[in-house]
Each structure stands twice: as structure tokens, then as C-alpha cells.
Design a protein around this ligand. Structure first.
Ligand code: BES
Ligand code: MN
Ligand code: ZN
Length: 474
């Protein structure tokens, strides 16, 4: 799909489809169009569309009118309208479309353009159905957007972010017998090759030498070897890097603390943190941002087995702190803690970990906001601003010492669970014990990384949020 800016009015567009935005209660300048809309009783409610053919004054064979509702148009309202447009473009097999410029309340033109490119391109993502020949129902090839400016940076950024989301969704949706820790390592290596990045993959023996016995305790029950992947993009001289850490549990059975059977297939998405940091890397590289970015992926499969770890086991983390494993299903934090200690070697500007860490965050926030917890309020504020801009939002949960006390263990420095209450917070408290050396934030994406039900699949979140955060740092 190609996006470009044009100084030509949509009426003059010679391609398949001209797009017109309509506010409720406002009439169109073109009299033929305004008569047709009245005749069809089109009310321009937000997200409603109407497709018209051979409208006088338009060179394109079709005009799609997209309702915006009443003004002012909010960012969310605009996204809803573009999603509706995207469905119509697809159902009419449109190859080329031209969009007018449009004012969105509180947003600049760059925001609007980035959003258009991101949404339309992300909508072209197709799930790989194994065994079924991939039928391409993406006809849209060319989208031109009207603007007085000729700077297409924002459109290109939208496209790059959607490409990052596509990688994230593809990896998330992949069956867990294919997307193993080794597969994630190969994916990182191939990204490195294509984009000339530095990639290092630590094997279990390397991790044992580094003392990562917490991470290794999770992978020990699986025949798939665990890995620790790091991938670096350096485009800002000797600036300290932004480091993103993504939880890569390629399947979470719960281990000996086995999960119930219903819906267990969805635990293939337990590597969506890993998939999202690889997606962000792709987006940042394609945007050619002047930053230093390192992504770190601890990746394992959590299986029950005769040699799996069991409740009561005590392990020593790379940091030297010991952990009593009271529940083998709280495995995410066990692999992240060693990865977070490992991050110190990068001398990071900030570290952000992204993890499908707790079911409790879904109870607290549902599927709308990702949970954010941090040891630095400025970092939370920056993530919040980036999320609001990208409409990929976060909601802060507390991290007071009172919660941390719930991790007390009689037999080690800490337990890996804190009990029934505030599960997302105690999980973050656990991680915070390993992040004392740098500014750190934790995103719990268990609710936002995928959807269940008939549209089951990975969402590509929080790639837009993180990509915007990194753009904002340049
Ligand atoms: N991967 C899960 C968290 C999860 C649950 C993500 C549901 C998405 C949907 C994580 O490893 C886990 O099992 N967490 C436990 C923690 C508990 C044992 C303290 C949970 O949330 O139940
Ligand atoms: Mn688990
Ligand atoms: Zn898990």
C-alpha cells in the first residue's frame, strides 16, 4: 500500500474513489452530492457511510461519504470514521482512493495523516490460516491525502507503525508449536540481517553462567530451549539507549500450577510483549529515527514436566536475590527479573518492560487501557501522553511499599506471588526489586494485546504507544 500527499482537490481525483467527510447537519458544497445525500436520508452520524456512483463534479467513478457526527470532531470520532471508511474501501474492492484534509479537534495535520496511514494499513493485516491458500482481499494500493504541505513524514510514520503492528500480530497469532523461543530468536536474527542491527542470542548455558536461575527455572520443564535475545539499533551516536523488554512465554500452561483447560489456547499470546518490542523495533528502523534502541526478549515455554520447577522451589536470580516459587504460573516475573538485571549492561536511559503479566489487570482495566506502573512519574507521564496521542492508552496503578510487603517469604528474599489482592500491583512490585539501577516502567498488556471471541487475534498493541513515545524522544 502506498500513501502520498496531494495538493489536488478530491473532486479532481481520477482514481477509483473520492472520499468526502460530512458533519451532521452541515450541507455539502457540491449541489449534486448534497441532493443525493438528502435523497438517501444520509444523516452523517459518526461512522456511517454511503457509497455513491457518478456524482457530478467528481472525476472518480465512486464517492464514499463518511459521516463524522457533530463538530468538533474528536480523535476517537475520527478513528471510528476511518475504520468505517476502511471497511467500505474493502467491500467495494477499491484500488485507489483520495482523502480530503480534515481538522481534528486538538490535533495537528501530522497526527491526522499518521493516523490515516496507520489505520488503513493495519486494516490490511491478514491472518495466516494454516493449510488454506492465502487469498488476498486487499485491493487498496494507493491512498492520496490532501494537504498544503509536501512533507510526507507523518504518512510514512503511520505506515511504519502499521508494519510494526503487522509483525507483532503475525507472531502473536502464530500457533505455539511454530512460534517457539527458537523461532523468536530466528525472527530477531532475520530483522538484524535485513536492517543491519546488532543481535545477540544467549543460550541456556550462557544464562547459567550469568546466574539467571530464575529464568532457567521456568524453561527447565520444556523441551524447547529458552533464549535471551537482544537486538540493538544505533542511530544516535553514544546516547544512552532506550531499552524495551518483552515477555516471551511462547506458551503458558501454568507449569505444575497448571491452568484450567478452558481457553488455554489463548496462552499462545503470552509472548505478545516480545512480539510488540520486535514490532516497535521494525517501526523505529523503518522510520529511521535518530535514537538508540535496544530490545531484550527473555523467551521460554512454561510446561509441566517431571523436571519442571514446583511450588516451594527456591531459586537464585542473576541479581543475587533469592525467590521462593509459590506458584509456577507466576512465571512471567521469573523470566523478566533476570532480563531486567541483564539490562544494566546497556547503561539505559530508561527501561520499559511489556508483558501479558496478570489476569488481574483485565479485572481492573478490561481491554481498553494497558496498566502502567513505574519507579519514575515523569516516565509515566510521557507514556500517558504518547498513549493518548496514539489512542493506545495506559492507566496508572500504584506501587506503594505496602503492596511490596505482600511478597514476604519465610524461605527466600521474596515469594513470586503476593496473594489474592492487587495481583497486577504485586507483580510489578516484584519486578521493581530488580530495577533499582535505572528509570523503569512496566506495561501490563494482558488485556490489550489480543481480543477473544469470534475475532480472536493479536491487536498489535502497544506498538502505537511505544512508537509514539520513541518519536517524542527525538
Ligand atoms: N500469562 C499469565 C497472565 C494472563 C492471564 C494473561 C490471563 C492473559 C490472560 C500469567 O503468567 C499468569 O498466569 N499470571 C497469574 C499470576 C498468579 C498466579 C499470581 C494470573 O494472572 O492468574
Ligand atoms: Mn502464568
Ligand atoms: Zn504467563
Amino acid at each position: 500500500m502506498e500513501f502520498s500527499l496531494t495538493q489536488q482537490a478530491v473532486e479532481l481525483f481520477e482514481g477509483d474513489c473520492a472520499v468526502v467527510f460530512a458533519f451532521e447537519g452541515e450541507s455539502q458544497e457540491n449541489s449534486d452530492l448534497s441532493q443525493l445525500l438528502e435523497l438517501n436520508q444520509f444523516e452523517a452520524k459518526n461512522g456511517k457511510t454511503i457509497v455513491l456512483s457518478r456524482v457530478q463534479g467528481f472525476h472518480a467513478s465512486r464517492v464514499i461519504v463518511v459521516g463524522l457526527g457533530g463538530s468538533p470532531l474528536t480523535g476517537k470520532g475520527f478513528v471510528k470514521a476511518i475504520n468505517a471508511l476502511s471497511l467500505e474501501l474493502r467491500s467495494f474492492k477499491v484500488k485507489s482512493a483520495s482523502l480530503p484534509s480534515i481538522d481534528v479537534d486538538g490535533q495537528d495535520e501530522a497526527w491526522t495523516q499518521q493516523t490515516i496511514a496507520r489505520i488503513l494499513h493495519n486494516a490490511s493485516y491478514q491472518v495466516n490460516k494454516y493449510g488454506i491458500e492465502k487469498e488476498n482481499n486487499n485491493t487498496l494500493e494507493l491512498v492520496s491525502v490532501h494537504s498544503a504541505s509536501k512533507d510526507s513524514t507523518a504518512l510514512n510514520q503511520g505506515l511504519a507503525i502499521a508494519n510494526g503492528m503487522a509483525l507483532t500480530r503475525e507472531l502473536g497469532d502464530m500457533p505455539p508449536n511454530i512460534c517457539t523461543p527458537s523461532y523468536l530468536a530466528e525472527t530477531a536474527e532475520s530483522l538484524a540481517k535485513i536492517h543491519n542491527l546488532e543481535c545477540e542470542v544467549l543460550e541456556e548455558s550462557d544464562m547459567a553462567s550469568l546466574g539467571m536461575h530464575s529464568l532457567l527455572s521456568v524453561s527447565q520443564g520444556s523441551s524447547e530451549p529458552g533464549k535471551l535475545i537482544s537486538l540493538s539499533y544505533n542511530n544516535a551516536g553514544d546516547a544512552k539507549p532506550i531499552v524495551l523488554v518483552g515477555k516471551g512465554v511462547t506458551f503458558d500452561t501454568g507449569g505444575i500450577s497448571l491452568k484450567p483447560g478452558g481457553g488455554m489456547d489463548e496462552m499462545k499470546y503470552d509472548m505478545c510483549g516480545a512480539a510488540s518490542v520486535l514490532g516497535v523495533m521494525r517501526a523505529v528502523v523503518e522510520m529511521n529515527l535518530a535514537v538508540n534502541l535496544t530490545v531484550v526478549v527473555p523467551t521460554v515455554e512454561n510446561m509441566p514436566a517431571h523436571n519442571a520447577s514446583k511450588p516451594g522451589d527456591v531459586v537464585k536470580s542473576m541479581s543475587g536475590q533469592t525467590i521462593e516459587i509459590l506458584n509456577t504460573d507466576a512465571e512471567g516475573r521469573l523470566i523478566l527479573c533476570d532480563a531486567l538485571t541483564y539490562c544494566e549492561k546497556f547503561n539505559p536511559e530508561v527501561v520499559i518492560d511489556i508483558a501479558t503479566l496478570t489476569g488481574a489487570v483485565i479485572v481492573a482495566l478490561g481491554k481498553h487501557h494497558s496498566g502502567v506502573m513505574a519507579n519514575d512519574q515523569g516516565l509515566v507521564d510521557d507514556l500517558n501522553a504518547a498513549g493518548n496521542s496514539a489512542l493506545d492508552t495506559v492507566w496508572q496503578l500504584p506501587l506503594d511499599d505496602e503492596y511490596d510487603e505482600l511478597l514476604k517469604s519465610n524461605f527466600a528474599d521474596m515469594a513470586n506471588i503476593g496473594g489474592k489482592e492487587a495481583g497486577s500491583v504485586t507483580a510489578a512490585c516484584f519486578l521493581s526489586r530488580f530495577t533499582k539501577e535505572y528509570r523503569w516502567a512496566h506495561l501490563d498488556i494482558a488485556g490489550t494485546a489480543w481480543v477473544s471471541g469470534s475475532k480472536k487475534g493479536a491487536t498489535g498493541r502497544p506498538v502505537p504507544l511505544l512508537a509514539q513515545y520513541i518519536i517524542n524522544q527525538t
